[in-house]
Design a protein around this ligand. Structure first.
Ligand code: FAD
Length: 470
């Protein structure tokens, strides 16, 4: 029997621009596996929406494999700890001498991979763990060979490394054999609900959405990205978080969009503000590697570990349901609950509200987001929460407590976004919609505010100040 190399797909769900697939298929035919680990994912709070989208994307990839004559198998385990033995058995059943994968950054995933490597080495199966799936996959260190803790300095070095690395898109593997007919019946057994009308699992559609975003919105992104009632951002986070778009593909598309402008702008692609957001994504992923304690529910900053967060089950529940009485916060949370996605500006406001005004532990918000977001990604979510709670790397200063009403007036000026998600107050005028009077609230059956902003803000600042001085 001819030897094949095995590629294990995880959160790099794509065939093109995938280093593991590209390298594994250079000398030998490949087969690909994906491993369902439902219990582990649920233990990691992965949302139903994300699992549903992920499994549909996996089906899509298996169909692409049919056309390329690549065998694609789905295996099933409960926990990461069951994987080494499953993979070992699989390798022996199929004359496989080499396993290939792209590394992931969170601690549990790293440990899982080490255990796989340890077991397979004992059976003389070579394990090729490639670099993390990032735009700049090499560690970005300062002159003292230490990780950066400030984004601007990190970003400067990141851009330099980006310019000096090979950014060629890695092509699809060649067709290997006649068409195969991959069996995905294991996936068909599981149904996880998500908004199919909003999030397509089709790889061609994902790619074409990305190209359209670049053509139509890349240059307006900087000005429109903060306004939730406008589609000014890419809406690609569910796909970027599952690895459906390769890093070099992203760079290539940004570059070629700039080139098509034919003006001065074309040299400027590297300064694209959208690309800068991908640098944040890289930073948060890299932090997981350099500071594994972040993966274990801990504050990034030592000083904030003693913050006496409040137990406020009622406030927390109102926040989750979008019933805080602050229209912009409620609209944000209802957008999350109804679509599985929330606009970035609103994520910052909702997280600041929970941690600085309700003074509830950021870990509770982080968990709720993970359990609800279709793009829930451990590193970006943890980074965003710790940034908002002022416990994280290069986070918001502790005295920065967003005023929900002012933010609402600024970023949803005419209240269009609020009207969409908080229909009970839709009839209010453009001014009062941001903060209805008590009479309006009663008449429209809309909640009273769960806290008094000024008092809650001062209290939060006082506690943070005390902790910082210790
Ligand atoms: C409290 C909080 C929680 C968050 N949780 C997640 C999460 O679970 N998953 C997630 O992908 N993003 C998360 N973010 C970051 C950001 O809000 C989303 O990536 C963004 O809103 C997704 O929409 P988009 O694809 O239209 O983004 P765009 O504005 O088009 O940005 C393009 C891509 O850049 C990346 N990106 C953008 N902003 C950030 C950021 N601040 N940090 C890291 N990566 C970023 C994402 O991959 C995003 O898809 C969180 C932010 C906060 C404040």
């Amino acid at each position: 029997m001819e030897t094949e190399n095995l590629v294990w797909l995880r959160n790099d769900l794509r065939l093109e621009d995938n280093p593991a697939i590209y390298r594994a298929s250079k000398n030998n035919p490949i087969r690909i596996v994906f491993i369902l680990t439902l219990k582990q994912w649920q233990h990691h709070n992965v949302s139903e929406a994300r699992i549903g989208l992920m499994l549909d994307i996996v089906k899509n990839i298996s169909m692409q494999c049919n056309e390329l004559g690549i065998t694609f198998d789905v295996l099933k385990c409960n926990w990461f700890s069951d994987i080494p033995e499953q993979l070992n058995n699989y390798c022996h059943a199929h004359t496989i001498n080499e396993l290939w994968f792209n590394r992931e950054t969170p601690f549990d995933e790293e440990q899982r991979d080490l255990k796989v490597a340890n077991l397979l080495h004992k059976f003389n199966i070579q394990v090729n763990a490639l670099a993390h799936d990032l735009i700049v996959s090499q560690p970005v260190f300062n002159l003292s060979k230490k990780p950066f803790k400030v984004f601007t300095a990190y970003y400067k070095k990141w851009l330099l490394m980006l310019k000096n690395q090979n950014n060629n898109v890695l092509r699809l593997p060649n067709k290997q054999a006649q068409n195969v007919n991959n069996d995905i019946s294991l996936l068909e057994k599981h149904q996880f609900a998500y908004r199919h009308d909003l999030w397509s699992p089709c790889i061609d559609k994902i790619n074409s959405n990305f190209v359209t975003f670049c053509h139509k919105k890349l240059f307006t992104y900087e000005n429109l990205r903060d306004f939730p009632n406008t589609v000014g951002t890419s809406l690609l986070s569910p796909y970027l978080s599952l690895g459906c778009l390769g890093p070099r593909t992203c760079l290539h598309q940004i570059n070629s969009t700039y080139k098509q402008t034919n003006g001065e702008d074309q040299k400027n692609w590297i300064n694209s503000s959208w690309l800068r957001e991908l640098a944040w994504r890289d930073l948060y992923r890299q932090l997981m590697v350099h500071y594994p304690y972040i993966s274990k529910n801990q504050d990034f900053k030592a000083k904030t570990k003693t913050i006496p967060w409040r137990e406020d089950e009622i406030g927390f529940e109102k926040w989750c349901l979008g019933q805080t009485g602050f229209p912009i916060i409620d609209a944000a949370m209802r957008q999350l609950n109804q679509t599985g996605w929330m606009h970035n500006r609103l994520r910052m406001l909702a997280a600041s509200f929970l941690t600085k005004l309700l003074f509830v532990d950021w870990r509770k918000g982080e968990k709720y987001f993970m359990q609800t977001l279709i793009d829930g990604e451990f590193s970006a979510n943890n980074g965003g929460w710790q940034w908002s709670a002022s416990t994280g790397c290069d986070s918001a200063p502790y005295f920065r407590v967003f005023n929900p009403t002012l933010q609402s007036e600024k970023f949803d000026k005419t209240g269009g976004f609020i009207r969409k998600f908080v229909p009970e107050i839709a009839e209010l005028d453009n001014k009062s919609i941001h903060n209805p009077t008590s009479i309006q609230r009663q008449k429209l059956n809309y909640a009273e505010t769960v806290i008094d902003y000024k008092t809650a803000r001062l209290k939060a600042i006082e506690i943070f100040k005390y902790n910082n001085s210790q």
